[in-house]
Design a protein around this ligand. Structure first.
Ligand SMILES: [Zn+2]
Length: 83
């Protein structure tokens, strides 16, 4: 089987392809793409996006495609002295 992804950049672990949600900041808005194929390290969980996939997301954004659905994302202000 041909490997789609190299070993993990950080820990050298095996990287498997999974469909994961991808959060993107676009013009000050938080957008979520679901079922994005990406490599996920089985050891440390680091995610790797193929250049072609990143480009496809970019094109979707530039194409002004209407989102399939809109969700509300709660945002909290961090309030603690623990840094
Ligand atoms: Zn890793």
């Amino acid at each position: 089987m041909k490997k789609k992804y190299g070993d993990c950049f950080y820990c050298g672990g095996a990287v498997e392809e999974k469909l994961m949600p991808r959060e993107i900041r676009w013009k000050g808005q938080l957008l979520v793409f679901e079922n994005v194929p990406m490599g996920v390290c089985t050891q440390c969980g680091e995610k790797v996006l193929k250049p072609g996939v990143a480009k496809a997301i970019d094109q979707l954004l530039k194409g002004q495609k209407k989102p399939n659905k809109t969700i509300q994302v709660p945002v909290y202000e961090y309030e603690s002295n623990v840094a």
